[in-house]
Design a protein around this ligand. Structure first.
Ligand code: NDP
Ligand code: 8X3
Length: 255
């Protein structure tokens, strides 16, 4: 490990924003702990990036508190000191009026996006507070800044991420730990495929007639945030495609 080489723990590295972030950081002198449930994807990514940097793959479901504990406790001693935690794992499940919402979808969004973020943070924060340094990046969403029709519980989960991010910044201030909230608008990843349960037609429609962000665009912002000087903390950042001005204001060709 190089003297100044930082260790970054990325949740949701098997797809989209997390995958693009792992790829970008592997080019910038960070060693990476990549996480997700899909083991084969993690192993493929580990193989792809291992010529560029040191990589460790951890497979667990962020919902399962015990599995999160066990996975993080299993880190070899040379990987236990984590400099940057990127809480990225999450998804929307369904898009329904509140009266028609599916309770399993509600559980998934609150358990993954909110409690999953807390489960992972709970295991990693003691190391950061003990060393009085570290950086947490929480991936929120524009859905955590404004509510849109049928977004109800997904928006609630991302408003909670925003509140937790603000709370972390206050509570960890005495420890010199930076906390950054990054809130993207429309990013073309597997997000809409998951939201619409594999319905490709519905998923593609979300980005129809406009140029969305890609995972790489958000990864650029994450890299910028974690490479600021020690005295600079990016607190809160919304990133839109140029065609988007709010959750529901999107300029589309032929619209
Ligand atoms: P993807 O669906 O492409 O990626 C989601 C990632 O989260 C996957 O790597 C997935 O890994 C992981 N994940 C999901 N559920 C779990 C779980 N239970 N346990 C562990 N890992 C899990 O979507 P994005 O890259 O777009 O999403 C990343 C983050 O960005 C999310 O928090 C999302 O809410 C947020 N976001 C996305 C936007 C967009 O428009 N795409 C806009 C704003 C925010 P695996 O399935 O292997 O476990
Ligand atoms: C994802 C962006 O607008 O689909 O968080 O909710 S949106």
């Amino acid at each position: 490990m190089g003297n100044n080489q930082k260790t970054v723990f990325i949740t949701g590295a098997t797809s989209g924003i997390g995958l693009a972030t792992a790829r970008l950081l592997s080019e910038h002198n960070f060693r990476l702990i990549i996480c997700g449930r899909r083991k084969e994807r993690l192993e493929n990514l580990k193989q792809e990036l291992s010529s560029k940097t040191e990589i460790l793959a951890l497979s667990f479901d962020v919902r399962n508190r015990q599995d999160v504990k066990t996975a993080i406790a299993s880190l070899p001693s040379t990987w236990q000191s984590i400099d940057v935690l990127i809480n990225n794992a999450g998804n929307a499940h369904g898009l329904s009026m509140i009266q028609d919402g599916d309770q399993d979808d509600w559980d998934a969004m609150l358990d993954i996006n909110v409690k999953g973020l807390l489960n992972v943070s709970k295991e990693i924060l003691p190391g950061m507070t003990a060393q009085n340094s570290g950086h947490i990046i929480n991936i929120g969403s524009i859905a955590g800044k404004e509510v849109y029709a049928k977004g109800n519980v997904y928006c609630a989960s991302k408003f909670a991420v925003d509140a937790i991010t603000q709370g972390m910044r206050i509570d960890l201030n005495a420890h010199g730990i930076k906390v950054t909230g990054i809130h993207p608008g429309l990013v073309n990843t597997e997000f809409s495929k998951v939201r619409f349960k594999g319905d490709k037609e519905k998923a593609d429609k979300v980005y129809e007639g406009m140029s969305p962000l890609y995972g790489e665009d958000v990864a650029d912002v994450i890299l910028f945030a974690i490479t600021r000087p020690a005295h600079v903390q990016l607190a809160d950042l919304v990133i839109f495609p140029t065609a988007q001005a709010s959750s529901t204001t999107v300029l589309r060709k032929n619209s």
